[in-house]
Structures are given as C-alpha cells and as structure tokens.
Design a binder for this molecule. Structure first.
Ligand SMILES: Cc1cc2nc3c(=O)[nH]c(=O)nc-3n(C[C@H](O)[C@H](O)[C@H](O)COP(=O)(O)OP(=O)(O)OC[C@H]3O[C@@H](n4cnc5c(N)ncnc54)[C@H](O)[C@@H]3O)c2cc1C
Length: 660
C-alpha cells in the first residue's frame, strides 16, 4: 500500500529546523523574578483601569460554566459591562455541574505536610513536566483563595466533626487536599458562581444570552472585537461588539464521540478562533480517566464517570488467572491481583490518572479483564465497608453508588464496581500567555478551553481549581492591563468585519442544510470517534496515526457530500447544531493526530507506544520535546505551522516520573 501523504508540520522559520531544544518562538510573558513573587510583582506592574472608566468597557464572555460564570460575575463586580453567552437554557446547566469528586487547595487543614510549593510540585510532576512552571505556581498560590471565596458564597463543602472543612485524597498526591461536597462538588461550586452571576444580572451589569451559540469571532485591526452568534430558538444570526472577548467554552473530549463530557460539549468556539489566528496548543493531550463505567454496547452515546475520589477507599483488582469468569465473591484473596498496589506501592490506588488508565488497559489487553468483552477491572469497597461501615461509605459516595446501580443494575454496596478508562478531559486548547491572552490581542481563553496549566496530564480535582482561579482571580486583573493600554477604535455591528463574518456564518449554516444527504450527523460523529479512540486514544503509534490522518479527510469529504441535516434554520434544530459541531471536530481531530504524530515521545496523557520504559511507563524525550506545541492554522489543505514555547524547569527538576 502506498504511504499516505500526510502533511508534515511546517516549522516557524525563525525557529530551529530540527526538533532540538532551543530558543522559544512564542513569548509567554512570564514575569521576571523568583517564582514565589512573580504574580505579586506582576499584579503591581500591570496597568489599572480607573474604577470610573470600567463602565465604559464591554467584555464579551462566551461560556457560563465555572470559568465563565466566575469571570463574568467578578468582572461585573469590578464595574465592567459584560455580555455573557451560553448554549444551554441556563448557566446552571453548564457541563461544570457534572464535576463530582472535588477541588484541590493547599490549605494544609489535615496538617499532613501540604503547602503551596508541594501542590505546585505535584502538579508539575503530575503533568509529566510539560506545563509552564510560573502558571502552575500561581495556581497553587490562588488555590486557598478559591476555597475562601466559595465558602463565603455558601458552597456547602463537606465538614468533619470539629466543623473544619473536610478533605480527601486524589491521585498523584500523598496529602489530603481535595475539598468536596459529596459527589456533587461541581454542582455546588456552580450554584455559588451562578448566584454571584445572577446578582450582576439583576444589577444590569451582566446581560445574559442563553441558548445562543457563538459561531465565530470577529477581528478588527487584528484585535478581537466581538462575536457572531446564532439564536438557537429562532435561528437568527447576529453580531455582538465588545472591547475584549473571553472564551470559557470548555473542553473538546467529545471529538471522541464517547466521553464522560456532557453531550453538548464541543470545540466550535475555540476552533473558529483558531481559524482566525489563535494558536492551538498541545491538541493531542487528552486525559483518559481510569474509573468510568465500561462501554456496554453500540447503542451508547455517552459514558459515565465514577469519580476518582472512589479510589480513596476502593481497591482496584483483577483475577490472577487470565480469563477467570468466576463471580468476584468466589475469588479468594490469594487469587486476586491488586495490581496498582503491587506495581506502585507508594501511591497504590492513588496513582495519577494516566498511569492508572494505562495499567488497566495493559492488564485487560493481557487477558485479565472482567465483565463483558473482558474490558473492565474491579473497584472494590468490601474492605472499606468492613473498616468504616456502610453508612460512612454511603455518606461519602452515596450519589455515585446510586448512579452506578441505576446504570448497571448492580449494587456496588454488595458487588465490586466494574470500571474501565474513558475520555474525560482535554489538556490541549488555545495557547495563552501568562495573562491568559491568546495570540489574538484582546482574545482571552480561560478554564478547560485554554491549553491549561496541567501539562500532559491533569491531576484529579485540579480542573475546578484552574477554572475558578482563572475566573475569580487571574482574568479580572490581567484583562484590565490590556484594556488600559489597547488602542481600540469605535466599531459597531455595521462594521465591514462583522458583516463579513455574519455572511460566512450564514453561508455555513445554509451549506449544511443544503447537503441533504443520506447519513445522520451522529453516524459521522460515531465513526470519527471510533477512529480517534483506536488511533489517537490511550495508546498511539506512527502507523495508526498515519492511518487516521488518511481517513479523516475522506470522512470529512463524505460528510460534506452526504450528511443529512433535517429541519430548517428558523427553528430549534438539534441536528443543525450537531452538524456544525461535528464539522469542526472533523477538522480539529486532524490537528490532534498531526500533533500526536510529531511528538514522538510519550508524556502523560500522550502515550506513544514506540516510546516506553522497559516497565511500560511513558518515556519522555526532554532533549527534543520539552516545549508547548502551538499550531497555527494555515488554511484547509495546508500544513499547519508549528510554533514552540520552550519550557524551562528551574524549580521542579526534570526527572522520570515515578510513583513506585
Ligand atoms: C463527569 C465529570 C466529572 C468531573 N469531576 C471533576 C472534579 O471532581 N474535579 C475537577 O477539578 N474537575 C472535574 N471535572 C472536570 C471539570 O468539570 C471541567 O474541566 C470544568 O468544569 C470545565 O469548566 P469550564 O467552565 O471550563 O467549561 P464548561 O463547564 O464546559 O462550560 C462551558 C460553557 O461554555 C458554553 N459554550 C461552549 N461553547 C459555546 C459556544 N460556541 N457558544 C456559546 N456558549 C458556548 C457552554 O454553554 C457552557 O456555559 C469533571 C469532568 C467530568 C466530565
């Protein structure tokens, strides 16, 4: 067979021509000085907008999940006018509401040796040394403020007997620093942020646009000045002008079709911004979460997470004998392999997600898996129930156990849960500098939508921390620095740039409706997802990635020739909404594979099968890949251009990650 013509990435001309470590081509604007002082120094050096002038500025906030709600409320509280958009009927339905297990903070309430530096260290190491040290340190510094802010809002975090906030442990840490509200932490945090947002809506400082989907960003004189949206009820396309635009639009794990994300999660906002010039960083870094309810059949359109918090008390095991079909209760202790405890005695069941996921896959691939298709491992609470009593287990995890029971028909108080890894989070996203600004001036990206502080693997309970740090504490400072200095010309919706983008959007919608083919949008999405899971999922290799890169453009071509989008534009039309999102996934997936192909090392959530240690752990190549890969869109059918931000590890020294 002839080898596929895969576009090799073009390397930015002023960068190195070989993939060796050298001068960066991207300036992250990290402040000078010791890491502990960078954020404070920066806050002092940033320009301020006079309180009386803040009301002259309008900020467009796309997204009202935890990142968007917290940012919109905080900016409005400061005096800015905010226009906030989401595609759900209420901010309360953002995907953030699904977050279960908790949120990290270096409060050291347990007196177990935690501090800001340890959280910083754990996060850099957990991310397999592919994150920006200065951002991670700031995140750890702000973590305590987030808890204080949320408690002040009335978020009902779990408390222990003395009344102090309770904590539990999450993977990749040997301290207990995860604050939680049963298995509904995201819901409670979102209600807190939503209250703050509602107050500002009531005061007229935030104008909320629910059921409104942003379909493009508009640049005037190279600056982000607004967005073009579609009203999802009437189909009307309109423009909104602002002085800065913030994307808080969440992650793109649904490129894989099956994931733990809410069905609506999509990449359109960031992908459209990418096409207008925002660099897309580390698109291939996907988090595969080890504890999800296994896929049960082809009918499925969604996967369900069982929170990592369960690994505090649940023990992971498989039968020692391959193909053992006995009932788990009939398998004696001596015939069970608690493989995480055996392989990683220091961290045991609480190894980071990438490590636990790979271990589960490896053991199932070797024939030891349990349940249908042998694609599952046990997560067993029998010991914890004996030690703590069923009541304590119910108090900690009751809602998760109920959810498991309802979905599988098995009672996890009586039989071990069966779990398997699934797509959960995307560490990649739009590249941002230390101020959270993308490569388009005036376009900020926060929460899961940016390429984030998590490097190649996110530690559990740190997405909520990052989204809320961005929204409550970072963006409100840094956006002012931009507004105070930017030269912004007066524009309105009639400006030629807006008219042009509106026209593009209308054209795209009409084109999708006009195809009138034979295949459903979902069938394309499902095929793309399977292709991505098989070739750019838990394990990737050159051959598989090249195959995927050959198939994706073919699938895209078929989509534009044969997709069936039923209904019309001027009505509620989920088929049309999905078609636009799948069209964007069909482009983004290609970039994910190009990124995965070029990174011939393994790191965190990116496991290149060609690059592993003799024990099967991820083997990094720091000499050649210690950088953020930020891709520039060069046009369809053109090679994306690779820009690199070199990563320096001044404080947490590069080492092979070990959790043994
Ligand atoms: C099941 C599950 C459990 C999790 N549990 C935890 C946990 O315990 N701890 C933890 O730290 N993390 C957890 N996470 C991860 C965490 O929940 C997410 O990373 C985080 O909530 C993302 O927040 P966000 O504000 O960035 O995005 P989201 O909450 O996804 O919000 C995105 C917003 O953008 C809007 N939007 C998107 N595109 C458009 C568009 N084109 N136009 C208009 N609006 C748009 C949406 O309407 C929404 O308002 C979990 C994730 C899952 C899937």
């Amino acid at each position: 067979m002839e080898q596929a013509q895969i576009p090799e990435p073009e390397v930015k001309s002023n960068a190195r021509t070989s993939l060796s470590f050298g001068a960066p081509t991207l300036n992250a604007r990290v402040p000078e000085g010791p890491i502990q002082e960078k954020w404070d120094t920066h806050r002092f050096n940033m320009k301020l907008v006079n309180p009386a002038n803040k009301r002259k500025y309008t900020i467009i906030m796309v997204g009202s999940g935890l990142a968007g709600s917290s940012a919109a409320a905080s900016l409005a509280e400061l005096g800015y006018n905010v226009e906030c958009f989401c595609y759900q009927d209420s901010p309360r339905r953002a995907h953030s509401i699904a977050a279960q297990g908790g949120i990290n903070a270096a409060k050291n309430y347990r007196n177990d040796g935690d501090n800001v530096y340890r959280l910083f260290y754990d996060t850099v190491k957990g991310g397999d040394y592919r994150s920006r040290e200065a951002n991670v340190y700031r995140l750890a510094q702000l973590s305590g403020n987030i808890i204080d802010q949320c408690v002040a809002q009335g978020v009902p975090f779990a408390r222990e007997y003395s009344g102090l906030l309770d904590t539990r442990s999450f993977g990749g840490a040997q301290v207990s620093r995860t604050f939680y509200a049963r298995g509904q932490t995201g819901q409670q945090l979102l209600l807190g942020a939503y209250q703050a947002l509602s107050r500002q809506i009531g005061l007229g400082k935030v104008k909320m646009f629910p059921r409104t989907e942003m379909l493009d960003v508009v640049l005037v004189d190279g600056q982000a000045r607004g967005i073009v949206v579609r009203d999802m009820v009437t189909g009307a396309v309109s423009s909104h002008v602002g002085d800065a635009v913030v994307l808080a639009t969440g992650g793109y794990g649904n490129a894989f079709y099956l994931s733990t994300n809410a069905k609506g999660c999509n990449a359109t906002a960031i992908w459209r911004a990418h096409r207008r010039g925002a660099l897309f960083a580390n698109p291939c870094y996907t988090q595969i979460h080890p504890t999800c309810i296994p896929v049960s059949g082809e009918h499925q359109s969604k996967l369900t997470l069982m929170s990592e918090s369960l690994r505090n008390d649940g023990r992971v095991w498989v039968p020692k004998q391959a193909g053992d079909k006995r009932n788990p209760a009939d398998i004696p202790e001596s015939e069970r392999d608690y493989y995480l405890e055996r392989r990683y005695p220091s961290f045991g069941n609480l190894v980071p997600r990438d490590v636990a996921s790979r271990a589960a896959k490896a053991i199932c691939d070797a024939g030891y898996g349990v349940g249908p298709g042998s694609l599952g491992v046990y997560l067993d609470f029998a010991d914890a129930s004996k030690r703590l009593g069923t009541r304590a287990i119910r108090e900690r995890y009751g809602n998760l156990f109920d959810m498991y029971d309802r979905i599988t028909g098995e009672d996890p108080y009586k039989v071990p849960m069966r779990i398997y890894p699934a797509v959960h989070y995307t560490m990649g996203g739009l590249w941002v500098d230390y101020n959270l600004m993308s490569t388009i001036p005036g376009l900020y990206v926060i929460g899961e939508a940016n390429f984030s502080d998590h490097g190649a693997n996110r530690l559990g309970a740190s997405a909520l921390m990052q989204g809320l740090a961005d929204g409550y504490f970072v963006l409100p400072y840094t956006i002012g620095d931009y507004l105070a200095q930017a030269k912004l010309t007066g524009v309105d919706e009639q400006h030629a740039a807006f008219r042009e983008v509106e026209h593009d959007v209308q054209q795209r919608v009409s084109n999708l409706l006009a195809i009138d083919g034979k295949r459903t949008v979902d069938s394309f999405h499902r095929e793309l997802g399977q292709l991505m899971w098989n070739n750019c999922g838990m394990g990737r290799n050159e051959q598989g990635l090249r195959q995927a890169l050959e198939h994706i453009p073919q699938l895209r071509e078929e989509f534009y020739g044969n997709v069936k989008v039923s209904g019309a534009n001027e009505e509620i039309n989920q088929s049309l909404e999905k078609a636009g999102r799948v069209a964007d996934f069909l482009e983004l997936s290609e970039l994910m594979c190009i990124d995965a192909l070029h990174r011939t090392e393994s790191c965190g959530g990116h496991f290149r099968e060609e690059s592993q240690t003799p024990e099967g752990e991820a083997l990094r190549d720091d000499e050649h890949f210690s950088y953020v890969a930020a891709w520039e869109f060069a046009g369809m059918d053109k090679r994306p251009v690779l820009h690199r931000e070199a990563l320096d590890f001044e404080y947490v020294h590069l080492a092979q990650r070990s959790y043994k």
